[in-house]
Design a binder for this molecule. Structure first.
Ligand SMILES: [Zn+2]
Length: 426
């Protein structure tokens, strides 16, 4: 049983997560390693991409999409359909299926950044926590902004660091209750005078916190927080490492029942990227993800061991490899309502040169007016694509990546099939 689960799991995630590392390399983003220690990103990632890119870019001026990104997009269409049927009545039911009221037609466009074809003019749910398509778009948008903020901070001689705050959790506890306790404790911690003193001594000026939720058979839901701190260069000597665990324990005790205080002191706060003792972690994870990915795409990472990410849970629902997966996903979706998974500290965005934050629906629409329009579909054409299910919607953009004529031919085929199915009545 176990081997079949982990087998299905790793295969799925290879496809899903494949775009992450290469995307970072392709965009030339500053990895955590490059930022702090001057180490280089894994060679395989960069050279692998460069080889693929040059062979295409010489042949055609258009940016050719990465195969891993095309596979990931196809899988997101499929997993969105799985999420839709797992969550009846959820807002995801309309996502990328129906035209937005204020748009003339559904268009197929090609992104000038990724080279991937996509649909424009459709409603999106913007529920990044549960919708695989909106989630990927929102995470990518956040990643870009965090990277820009890190670049500004680096230019000012600052140092970024990543901390993780966890809490003890048991299978009997509900997620909503745990998240409430976790967020309450974090809010109280960051408002506490002692925390402000010790963080201030380290030059902590801004921060971004992201909420990540995983689930495991043994201990149930495991909500935890990542905090990306924008520190001054002398932060290492400020005593954060010694004092923060005690402060965190005190706040957790005020918000949830804690039986094992030693556990919290030992593992409640993890000093990751950017801290001296985090060098090992940096070499393993930082190179592949970079800090921006680590924070922005927390819920899209591959879980470790008995910890499944929400996306992995959906894969299990699809594959039928984890009996509890659908019920767990439903509880996760319910508890996620209204939560801010990513939050910038007050004033951080303006101070780091970013505009006012967009809402998740705007981040999720993924449209760029400058992108090439490959096709404008009539109402009937879109209906024919829509009734073809996720497979038809996925297939159409796959064809449009390389060949608009083939894509249009496919639409004509779908319309024909649709007319036949509806007995000639349009
Ligand atoms: Zn959506």
């Amino acid at each position: 049983m176990n081997s079949s689960i982990s087998g299905a799991n790793s295969g799925t995630n290879q496809t899903l997560m494949g775009g992450g590392g290469t995307e970072a390399a392709r965009r030339g983003g500053v990895s955590a390693a490059g930022f702090i220690g001057g180490a280089e990103a894994p060679l395989g990632t960069i050279t692998g991409f460069a080889a693929a890119f040059s062979s295409f870019s010489l042949a055609r001026p258009q940016i050719m999409p990465e195969e891993s990104a095309r596979l990931a997009r196809a899988e997101r269409f499929e997993l969105q359909a799985v999420a839709r049927s797992t969550l009846p009545g959820h807002r995801i039911r309309c996502c990328l299926l129906y035209r937005r009221p204020n748009t003339a037609s559904v268009e197929v466009r090609r992104s000038s950044v990724s080279g991937l074809a996509y649909y424009a003019g459709l409603q999106v749910c913007g529920r990044g926590a549960v919708c695989p398509i909106c989630g990927a778009r929102i995470a990518e948008h956040n990643r870009g902004e965090i990277q820009a903020a890190l670049d500004v901070w680096r230019g000012r001689g600052g140092v970024p660091a990543l901390l993780t705050f966890t809490m003890p959790h048991y299978r009997s506890q509900g997620l909503a209750e745990n998240v409430k306790g976790l967020l309450g404790a974090y809010r109280a911690l960051t408002g506490h005078r002692s925390y402000r003193e010790v963080a201030g001594a380290g030059g902590l000026t801004h921060s971004i916190r992201s909420l990540e939720v995983t689930w495991g058979r043994q201990n149930g839901f495991h909500p935890h927080l990542h905090m990306l701190g924008f520190f001054g260069s002398g932060y290492g000597a400020a005593g954060l490492r010694e004092r923060l665990p005690l402060l965190w324990l005190a706040e957790l005790q005020r918000h949830i029942d804690i039986t094992n205080t030693d556990h919290v002191l030992e593992r409640g706060v993890r000093f990751q990227v950017g801290f001296p003792a985090g060098a090992e972690y940096l070499s393993k994870v930082g190179q592949a993800w970079g800090l921006a990915e680590e924070v922005a795409k927390a819920n899209r990472k591959k879980g470790r061991g008995d910890h499944y990410s929400p996306v992995q849970l959906l894969c299990h629902v699809r594959d039928g490899t984890l009996p509890e997966a659908a019920a767990v996903y439903r509880e996760y979706a319910e508890a996620s309502k209204g939560l801010h998974f990513l939050q910038w500290s007050r004033g951080a965005r303006a101070a780091l040169g970013l505009a006012e934050e967009k809402c998740d629906e705007e981040k999720a629409d993924g449209e760029d007016q400058g992108d090439v329009v490959l096709a404008s579909l009539t109402a009937e054409e879109w209906r024919a694509v829509r009734v073809g299910g996720w497979q038809a919607r996925s297939r159409l953009v796959e064809l449009a990546d390389y060949d608009e004529d083939a894509a249009l031919g496919y639409v004509a085929h779908l319309v024909e099939r649709f007319r036949q199915a509806s007995g000639g009545v349009r």
